[in-house]
Design a protein around this ligand. Structure first.
Ligand code: PXL
Length: 273
């Protein structure tokens, strides 16, 4: 294999020391997609077993994020990238500038606002900055149900009809394609995700998995979309494959402790669909 045939992927995200979500999920997923993963760290998240697994979030200096990105882009643009937890408005501004300056294509914006189980927006200013600065650069935006409610301004979404309304608004805000990761959050037996490309809605449904070891499922899904785009898939193909990939990862997940059950990112390769 010559150097030029290697596909490059990048994540700009936070560290989840528990290994299921964040930058760890992204790099593991990029590897599964046969791509060479780069990373720029934005925040460090710790979870405290002595305090009900409470998440502490420590953003790093935006200047350090800019330096990491300078390193990454010293080899030119990557084949696809994704963003995850960004942690502060100055970091979001650095990411916006980097994407524009490098004319980076195949940008997946995963607008992480909360960790699973915590329902306060981590930082409302960051949510506005993601909406205003990053959605317009997104080939694909991948909000979960909660984030789609915030980005669209519609608040809590409870039906597929409301998901469609939110997807339209997020598309109008500049994301070329929108996938709302309903996942297991809608009532009923199915895990429902919705793709909107500005013209057509595609519903992706699979039966809910019990027990659901799904910590990191959202990050893994978005990283899988980036991995698919890097491999030359269309958005529709990349999203459909990502849904299969993450479903297998949830099915192969495990109970780490009493608080958390992460997905296993190698599930698709090791155990199949
Ligand atoms: O799943 C959202 C998420 C994203 N990024 C990091 C996280 C989490 C949740 O724990 O820790 C770094």
């Amino acid at each position: 294999m010559t150097m030029s045939t290697i596909l490059k992927t990048l994540t700009i995200a936070g560290s989840d020391s528990s290994g299921g979500a964040g930058l760890q999920a992204d790099l593991k997923t990029f590897e599964e997609y046969g791509t060479y993963g780069f990373s720029a760290l934005t925040t460090i998240v710790t979870m405290d077993p002595d305090n009900g697994w409470h998440h502490n979030v420590y953003p790093i200096d935006a200047k350090l994020v800019a330096e990491q990105l300078k390193t990454v882009f010293a080899g030119g643009p990557v084949d696809a990238m994704k963003t995850g937890m960004l942690g502060s408005v100055p970091i979001i501004e650095v990411v916006q500038k980097c994407i524009l300056e490098n004319q980076q294509k195949n940008v997946v914006i995963d607008p992480v606002m909360v960790c699973k189980g915590e329902d306060e927006v981590l930082n409302p200013d960051s949510a506005d900055a993601i909406r205003d600065l990053l959605l317009p650069l997104a080939a694909v935006a991948t909000p979960n149900l909660f984030e789609a409610g915030v980005l669209s301004g519609l608040g809590r979404l409870t039906t597929v009809g409301e998901m469609k309304e939110a997807a339209k608004i997020i598309h109008e805000r500049g994301a070329k394609n929108v996938v709302i990761k309903g996942g297991k959050s809608l009532d009923g037996d199915m895990a429902v995700d919705l793709l909107y490309d500005g013209t057509e809605f595609t519903i992706l449904e699979t039966p809910k998995i019990e027990p659901a070891h799904n910590h990191g499922a959202g990050c893994t899904f978005a990283a899988a979309v980036a991995g698919g785009l890097a491999n030359g898939l269309s958005v529709k193909e990349a999203v459909a494959k990502a849904k299969k990939f993450v479903t297998a990862a949830i099915r192969s997940g495990y109970q780490f402790n009493e608080y958390v059950g992460p997905v296993f990112h190698a599930g698709f390769r090791l155990n199949g669909e």
